[in-house]
Ligand binder design. Structure first.
Ligand code: IVH
Length: 685
């Protein structure tokens, strides 16, 4: 970016409206760019709005001062009757898909054959955004037209809508713009903006959108751009159409760098890589982080990086030979709801569950999907017999997103919440202030709650007892061998080997794992107890603040409220848990069984957190610490650990075999630490 554009010039007087308007436009664009493109807001929203209103006022009283690239153009114009067709100067092609490793290896082989080389080819790898392809036409640096892809040759003119997007510059950030530049990329909606939009739609009693892609499409294909103006859409550039009056950069990576300089958003998740193996590693890395990205993607895209090589390879039918989309398994699919049953959770919560005709989604076959609670079933109007859209993203439990109205059979039936718990027969009750209905049996009466509680207790992030899964807990509870978590530690080899599918060897492994789990941390232990509203991070805060279990068990609600993140509801839940003599007894038995941890001092406050506000990314394997241990140390010192490297990352901690995250850190200039340096940072406490 031109550095002079980043600087604030002195504000001209209000009695010179022309100069004032020019200055206001520059200021507003600068702040919008900082906010939407750099993700680093420079002024509060309210101040932005004031500057904006002032410019609007000037343009209203001096229509001759209005310009097409003024930020005021972003509020939306009068509704159109229809979109005008736009013929693309250079057709917008599609891209071939690959699904398996073999497909990628074959693509790379074809590329090398086409280039007549045996050497590794250089590729630009990036994300395949799940939005809508758009062409932005800039003439002499000013946005003059935006069009959808349409059939590739002719799209629709959505200029008025695109102008409302603050993430798209109305004027390129350069004093020497090309005469003509067609920038191609994807318009999409962030997941958080999508959730906010749907919440708003719901409140207004309007139709909700099924996913961010549909919401982006619905927002962009609005004849009334004032509606588009109220939606937050984003743009990532990934290609080029026509170009006149400037030299085409020599590589795809250089093209994207140029766009970034011009003030056009490009995604930071990209890399230049050599050879098929590196492409596959990129695919896996992104795949692991897919769920934590702020937007939906449906794969990654590999493009031969050098433009000269792209030209050599050329096109087959309507797709380039030099690019391939490597798709992830689809996260959404449609299927039929055969029945709606209920599941009883560890807190007694009754969750309606759709029993589905088997469907392959998110890489696995799904037959059950959660409907969350009774209100959700009503709100989404899901009935037995409906065809529905099922979503399974990452490791998240599959859920029913929506029904397909056109495919509802005449005999579709409503779900009825049962009156009694299907597991223990106790009445199901629903408190007025709660969204969920619960089995009133408690864990004493209800085996489902006991099983849920036990599974939580042994889970990886709690006591971490390996090999104690669903089926084993199921048998142990059903055969009345155990009732509470403390009974787990009384298990002997004889009892275990009598169970189904339990050889002596695996029984011994379970006992060993139980023994090992006795040595734990206070935070894990508190989390394992399954106190309502006390998740992992609250458990950590409690452990850090009080240091000792007895202090927590005896703490008054007032004392509990002093802990970071704890509000009245959570404080009450903790208090009432330890007011129950059965729970006090459980804790005593667990300690008597040998469950122990290092009791600490307890900070008694929220201070002493040298890494507060610092964001870490861990990559590769460290010489002595496991990833979880390193993360725990960082978190205990107030730092945060995230999965992906961005401009907001304070440090990347890298060990052996660090991959693309380390490369990314170097690229962004994020400081890189080894384990020693991390320890030093922690040791400064
Ligand atoms: S390149 C000549 N790159 O995928 C190649 N497309 O192309 C032209 N898409 O509807 C496309 N992310 O909207 C390219 N990083 C990316 C992309 C991408 C998403 C979409 C694009 C188009 C479809 C097929």
């Amino acid at each position: 970016m031109d550095s002079d554009k980043l600087m604030t010039t002195a504000a001209p007087d209000r009695d010179d409206p022309a100069a004032r308007a020019t200055w206001l436009r520059a200021e507003l664009e600068r702040h919008a760019h900082a906010y939407y493109v750099l993700d680093a807001p420079t002024i509060p929203d309210a101040e932005y709005d004031l500057l904006f209103k002032e410019l609007q006022g000037i343009e209203e009283s001096h229509p001759d001062l209005a310009t097409p690239d003024s930020p005021t153009q972003r509020v939306g114009a009068l509704a159109l009757a229809q979109f005008a067709p736009v013929t693309h100067a250079v057709p917008m092609l599609s891209i071939n898909n690959g699904f398996s490793d073999e497909d990628i290896v074959a693509f790379d082989r074809r590329v090398r054959e086409g280039l007549k080389t045996v050497d590794e080819v250089e590729y630009a790898a990036e994300l395949k955004f799940d939005g809508l392809a758009i062409n932005l036409r800039y003439e002499d640096g000013v946005l003059v037209r935006a069009a959808t892809r349409g059939d590739g040759s002719t799209g629709e003119d959505v200029t008025a809508n695109i102008r409302t997007m603050r993430s798209i510059p109305l004027r390129l950030n350069t004093d020497t713009p090309p005469r003509l530049l067609d920038i191609r990329g994807e318009v999409l909606m962030y997941k958080a903006d999508f959730a906010r939009l749907n919440a708003r739609q719901r409140e207004a009693g309007q139709r909700e959108f099924v996913n961010p892609r549909n919401a982006a499409a619905g927002s962009l294909r609005q004849l009334d751009s004032r509606i588009t103006a109220q939606r937050t859409l984003r743009f990532f550039a990934y290609g080029i159409g026509a170009l006149e009056g400037a030299q085409l950069p020599a590589s795809h990576a250089a093209l994207l760098d140029w766009y970034a300089q011009l003030g056009v958003t490009v995604c930071s998740e990209r890399a230049v890589l050599k050879g098929a193996a590196a492409l596959l590693a990129f695919y896996r890395d992104i795949g692991q982080r897919r769920a934590s990205l702020p937007y939906d993607i449906d794969g990654v895209v590999y493009k031969v990086n050098q433009v000269a090589e792209q030209k050599t390879l050329g096109f087959v039918s309507r797709a380039p030979r030099f690019a391939l989309a490597h798709k992830f398994p689809a996260e959404e699919a449609t299927t039929v709801v055969q029945d709606i049953g209920v599941q009883v959770g560890r807190t007694g919560a009754i969750t309606p569950v759709a029993r589905l005709a088997p469907v392959f989604v998110g890489g696995v076959t799904v037959t059950n999907a959660t409907l969350h609670n009774e209100d959700e079933v009503r709100r989404k109007d899901i009935r037995i017999g409906d065809t529905v859209i099922v979503r399974r993203a990452g490791d998240v439990i599959p859920e029913v997103v929506a029904h397909v109205p056109e495919r509802r059979p005449a005999d579709a039936r409503h779900f009825v919440m049962p009156c009694d718990c299907p597991v223990c027969g106790s009445p199901i009750v629903r408190l007025e202030e709660e969204a969920v209905a619960r089995c009133s049996g408690g864990w004493i009466k209800c085996p489902a709650q006991r099983k849920g509680g036990l599974l939580h207790f042994v889970s990886r992030r709690a006591m971490d007892v390996e090999g104690l899964g669903d089926q084993l807990v199921e048998q142990l509870v059903d055969k009345h061998i155990i009732t509470t978590a403390a009974d787990l530690y009384k298990l002997g080899l004889t009892a275990l080997v009598e169970l189904e599918r339990m050889a002596k060897k695996s029984a011994q492994n379970v006992l060993d794992a139980l023994e090992k789990s006795k040595s734990t941390t206070l935070a894990r232990f508190i989390y394992a107890l399954g106190i309502r509203h006390v998740g992992e991070s609250t458990a950590k805060e409690l452990a850090r603040h009080f240091g000792q279990l007895d202090a927590i068990m005896q703490a008054s609600p007032e004392r509990l409220l002093e802990v970071a993140d704890i509000g009245p509801v959570v404080a009450r839940a903790i208090r009432s848990f330890f007011d129950d003599p059965l729970n006090v007894e459980l804790v005593a038995q667990l300690r008597a069984a040998g469950v122990h941890w290092q009791e600490g001092e307890g900070s008694g406050d929220n201070g002493e957190r040298p890494l507060l506000g610092q964001v870490f990314v861990l990559t590769g394997s460290l010489p002595t610490l496991s990833r979880d241990q390193a993360a725990a140390l960082i978190e205990a010192a107030g730092g945060k650990v995230t999965g992906s490297v961005s401009k907001k990352t304070s440090y990347v901690v890298a060990g052996a075999d660090a991959g693309s995250k380390l490369a990314r850190a170097h690229e962004l200039g994020v400081p890189v630490l080894d384990e020693d340096a991390l320890q030093q940072l922690l040791g400064q406490r």
